[in-house]
Design a protein around this ligand. Structure first.
Ligand SMILES: Cc1cc2nc3c(=O)[nH]c(=O)nc-3n(C[C@H](O)[C@H](O)[C@H](O)COP(=O)(O)OP(=O)(O)OC[C@H]3O[C@@H](n4cnc5c(N)ncnc54)[C@H](O)[C@@H]3O)c2cc1C
Length: 372
């Protein structure tokens, strides 16, 4: 019998969609080529920061409304998934401290403090360098100041993926292994073909991260997305406890509940190569020691790299395609997929079960590429 929904991709977007669809009572089949959460969704930094980074982000996220939902869904997951699966995902609220080294960064940061301060649920303030050094004494004393934001949070992405996988299985989701190579319509059903067979379903959700580019041939539409590689290190740094997520110029560092200092990141346009490199590691350490200079005793424990799905216009891709209303695309989360993925999962579930999402998602529609 045909499944109600077949989801291609076992990252945070695919599994969040599976979770909410199964909760609505639909039969769901997830097909993953590698292992669940084995790409960006399992190896991200795990920051949940809807307001962007002061002094760096040019403007408000185009997905701000989805990010707000994302924060709510993460709160729900933190309670519900732990209760049902017993897996702790290390969800916690901890402040962000964005460091400002130059006058142009300070101008932007102060503007951002103004609009961030209007956002409900957050406390955002500009700190002088002395005030910032009191919050985290290990940061550089060369800063001009910093923006301190309360209300932001983080999780351990791999643990979240484990909990989501088990949560999905408890709801009856079938998770299978396979490399999907085509999707075709066959009368009232869709046929999802892997290298070892095919599965019939009524709806398909394609949540394949940057590999979504491969769907262009199957769907006959353009999905302009590319991989953007990022690297992260985890350090054992005795006596240096960074209790905020310290940020500067797209880089970040924080002591996580595992006791390690996590730091990132790079942005590398190198295709689908997702191997950690010494050059990438050195760039991360360089930025880290600009933010937190005295790490002489720190030792490297883990070094990872993975690929963000980056759409050509920088906005997520979410909704049905124009030539088949039962085929949905859900990707393009760039640097924010851990935050946005669970919200996108709820929206996909609402679309498939015939409920109107509470927010307008028109500007994220895949048809924005089909109409040009
Ligand atoms: C270094 C780094 C740090 C990050 N930090 C953060 C952060 O702090 N906060 C935040 O919100 N976001 C962060 N992100 C971004 C976030 O990780 C991504 O946006 C998000 O994980 C993308 O999720 P996804 O489910 O779309 O894709 P993925 O996690 O890539 O999952 C897609 C899955 O589809 C599978 N797949 C692909 N093709 C096929 C096929 N043909 N058949 C079957 N399966 C297939 C893949 O194997 C993969 O498992 C970070 C990213 C990086 C790289």
């Amino acid at each position: 019998m045909a499944h109600d929904v077949c989801i291609v991709g076992g990252g945070i977007v695919g599994l969040s969609s599976a979770y909410f669809l199964a909760k609505s009572g639909l039969s769901v089949n997830v097909i993953e080529r590698d292992s669940i959460g084995s790409h960006a969704s399992g190896f991200a930094y795990g920051s949940l920061s809807p307001l962007g980074e002061a002094g760096n982000a040019e403007d408000i996220l185009p997905e701000l409304e989805i990010a707000r939902i994302g924060m709510d869904v993460h709160n729900l997951f933190a309670k519900e998934l732990v209760e049902t699966t017993g897996i702790q995902t290390d969800h916690r609220f901890r402040p962000a401290l964005d460091l400002i080294f130059t006058e142009p960064e300070a101008v932007k940061a102060k503007e951002q403090v103004e609009w961030r301060a209007d956002e409900k649920g957050y406390k955002v303030e500009w700190l002088s360098s002395d005030e910032a050094l009191k919050v985290i004494p290990h940061i550089s004393n060369e800063i001009l100041g910093a923006v301190h934001t309360e209300g932001v949070a983080d999780i351990e992405p791999y643990k979240l993926m484990l909990a989501l996988t088990q949560g999905c299985e408890l709801l009856g989701v079938n998770i299978s292994h396979g490399n999907v190579i085509n999707v075709v319509r066959n009368g009232s059903e869709l046929q999802v073909t892997t290298e070892s067979g095919s599965v019939a379903c009524k709806n398909v959700v394609l949540a394949m991260g940057p590999w979504m580019i491969n769907t262009a041939d199957w769907l006959g539409i353009d999905v302009p997305i590319k991989p953007l590689k990022g690297q992260i290190v985890r350090l054992n740094s005795p006596n240096v406890d960074i209790t905020c997520s310290v940020g500067w110029n797209g880089n970040y560092a924080c002591t996580k509940p595992d006791g390690l200092l996590w730091a990132g990141t790079t942005e590398e346009d190198v295709g689908f190569d997702d191997k950690p490199t010494t050059a990438g590691r050195d760039l991360v350490i360089q930025a880290l020691t600009k933010m937190i200079p005295h790490l002489e005793e720190a030792t490297l424990v883990q070094h990872t790299a993975c690929l963000r799905p980056l759409p050509i216009d920088g906005k997520i891709i979410l909704g049905p395609i124009a030539n088949d209303e039962n085929i949905f695309l859900a990707t393009g989360t760039g640097r924010k997929g851990i935050l946005l993925g669970p919200a996108m999962g709820t929206i996909i579930s609402q679309l498939i079960t015939g409920h109107n999402p509470k927010i307008d998602i028109t500007s994220f529609s895949p048809s924005r590429f089909q109409n040009v």
